[in-house]
Design a protein around this ligand. Structure first.
Ligand code: M6R
Length: 610
């Protein structure tokens, strides 16, 4: 997730406006920043790695001439957070500049073709292919307009993008386009803006035009023209007047970051499932060769590892050991060795306990692999190979969208490994890969159809003394994560166990009315045994809250309350959809109990002490 911004004004300098607007977009990414302006037939660029304020101190982002310009605040996906990878990117001549948010999946092929045609690349980004493709379009068709060259380019791109383009060839306009990355226009009296969200331009204008996938926009001062990329047909869309306060705008209308990030999951999952081919392949090759594999992490990331241990075992027949990073050195510090492989999972890439386990393992010559949301973090620097999970910055202390993205990368890895090892039939693999692709849509449906029911549940159970979470198999991890969310965000005491363990002790806690949440997917062998566990609890007067598939009449009939998930989810990927209601439960429970879910007491987003 990055932030893009473009501005064209009748008079005045665009740079200070772009700079201030990027500040308002900084929550979308903050590892590097850049601005390009256009004046007197030349494009000027200032960019560098680092936060906007730090870069501004170094280069003065306001001091750039030109009434038209584009800007970018970056959250690295392809290429480390370095000056050379910061946007805007330009073509060989420096006459076309581009900012981009999204992921261009086929950039490798495009780059190869362009390099063969003589284009010089300077960065490691996927974005850089765009200005070169536009340049190439002009080379082949010198009479083309900028619009024609940009449309030709966009038709070659696979993946997600919100793009803004300026060129000395037609210096009086900005072109922008969208596919699966947000893009919105702001229309003022004598100025027009394009941005990743309306927070960026709200202080200048409250007239906004939403841009849809497959649309191209030409911006001139105070005016805009929208076309469909596919057939060039014109789209008529009037601006809407937005009455959000600036505070609401930062959270795009949501009252808290946590609920915003829960709602972002269909989009972040789509992003996560894209690309990464090369790194997935590399990591699965390392895992395939490994003698012993530890999955090391803390908190929510540990729960992703726990789920992953079931995925690797079931799909690739590879035993892996999930370990709390804070325990790793004590438990395995002496035995870890050159034959060990550590897959460290950390959203921030900076968690001290996780890095401690990594350092200890490195000293004993183990192989370190990483999965993180923060390219450029310590974990990416110490890993032999790492995958950036591409969820965008997560601001709420509660890990939500980053958890489901971790699960989807780990599922992709398990599938890769399975293919390598030939342990599962091709038909099953294809089926699972297809099902994984549908998960963003499934998550969208759950949020759309179940949120109100979860809200009502939170009202009903807000004064409970304690919550119990039970799941079996891979959904033991879902139960653990549901408990962690409810405890950390709503301060609700909660316990979680593999359902089979409950009768070995925890069941003695049960009193009439005691809420017990069962995570109950229908696929797999756990369903039958879980029904037995529900009966045990019901017989002792517990209130049964079940998370079930929509046609699971048997469990529905036994439940006091239930939340429904679309049917047909393979068990091995079920934690992704099944955690969504539990994230919502924690959020609404916090609201009911008068707690700010974005600022839970005693916690920090990144725990950098041991
Ligand atoms: O950045 P990391 O993934 O390494 O963070 C690990 C935990 O600190 C984190 O998941 C924590 O448990 C969250 N507050 C959970 O919501």
């Amino acid at each position: 997730m990055c932030g893009i911004f473009g501005c064209i004004m009748k008079k005045g300098n665009a740079a200070p406006v772009i700079h201030a607007s990027l500040k308002r977009l900084e929550y979308r990414g903050y590892d590097s920043v850049g601005i390009a302006t256009l004046t007197n037939g030349e494009i000027t660029i200032k960019k560098d790695q680092g936060k906007i304020d730090d870069v501004h101190k170094l280069v003065n982002l306001d001091d750039m001439a030109g009434n038209i310009g584009i800007g970018h605040t970056r959250w690295a996906t392809h290429g480390a957070p370095l000056k050379v990878n910061a946007h805007p990117h330009v073509d060989c001549t420096g006459k076309i500049a581009v900012v981009h948010n999204g992921i261009i999946e086929n950039y490798n092929e495009l780059r190869n073709e362009l390099e063969n045609a003589g284009h010089q690349f300077v960065s490691k980004t996927d974005t850089e292919v765009v200005p070169h493709l536009i340049e190439e379009a002009f080379k082949k068709n010198p009479a083309w307009t900028l619009t024609e060259a940009v449309i030709d380019t966009i038709k070659k791109l696979c993946g997600s993008y919100a793009l803004a383009v300026i060129s000395t060839k037609e210096p009086e306009k900005i072109l922008c386009a969208r596919n699966e990355s947000p893009l919105i226009l702001g229309i003022g009296k004598d100025a027009s803006y394009c941005a990743s969200d309306l927070t960026a331009f709200l202080p200048m204008t409250n007239k906004a035009v939403l841009i849809n996938d497959g649309e191209l926009v030409t911006l001139t001062p105070g005016k805009y023209e929208i076309k469909r990329i596919q057939d060039g047909s014109k789209v008529v869309r009037e601006p809407k007047v937005i009455d959000w306060s600036p505070e609401m705008a930062v959270k795009t209308g949501y009252p808290h970051f946590m609920i915003k990030e829960i709602h972002e999951q269909p989009a972040t999952l789509r992003n996560t499932l894209r690309a990464q081919e090369h790194y997935l392949d590399l990591i699965s090759t390392f895992l395939d060769r490994a003698t012993e594999v530890y999955l090391v992490a803390c908190g929510t990331s540990y729960h992703a590892c726990l789920a992953a241990s079931y995925m690797f075992s079931k799909l690739a027949f590879l035993p892996t050991y999930p370990v709390y990073a804070s325990e790793f050195v004590e438990q395995h510090g002496k035995s870890v060795n050159i034959d060990s492989t550590i897959l460290a999972v950390s959203q921030s890439g900076e968690t001290a306990d996780t890095l401690g386990a990594v350092t200890c393992s490195q000293q004993r010559a183990a192989t370190i692999l990483g999965l993180t949301n923060t390219v450029g973090s310590t974990l990416t620097r110490v890993s032999r190979v790492y995958i950036g999970q591409q969820s965008g910055p997560e601001i709420g202390v509660a890990a939500t969208k980053t958890f489901t993205s971790q699960l989807s990368v780990l599922a992709q890895l398990a599938l890769r490994l399975s293919t390598k090892r030939g342990k599962v039939s091709q038909d099953e693999m294809d089926y699972l890969a297809e099902k994984l692709e549908t998960i963003p849509q499934v998550v969208e449906t759950i949020i759309l159809t179940q949120e109100e029911k979860v809200k009502a549940l939170a009202k009903k159970y807000k004064d409970a003394k304690i919550f119990f979470f039970l799941g079996r198999g891979i959904n033991t991890a879902t139960a653990f994560e549901g408990r962690l969310k409810l405890m950390e965000i709503a301060y609700m005491p909660a316990i979680a166990f593999p359902a089979g363990e409950s009768k070995h002790g925890p069941i003695s806690l049960i009193e009439p009315g005691f809420p017990v949440v069962f995570i109950c997917p229908k696929d797999g062998v756990t369903h039958k045994t879980l029904i037995g566990n529900i009966q045990e609890m019901k017989a002792r007067g517990a209130s049964i809250i079940s998370i079930i598939e929509e046609d699971d009449e048997e469990v529905k009939a036994m439940s006091d309350d239930y939340i429904e998930i679309p049917k047909g989810i393979p068990e091995v990927i079920s934690p992704i959809p099944f955690i969504i209601p539990l994230q919502l439960l924690a959020y609404y429970m916090a609201i009911e109990r008068g707690i700010n879910p974005d600022m839970p007491r005693n916690l920090a987003k990144s725990v950098t002490v041991k």
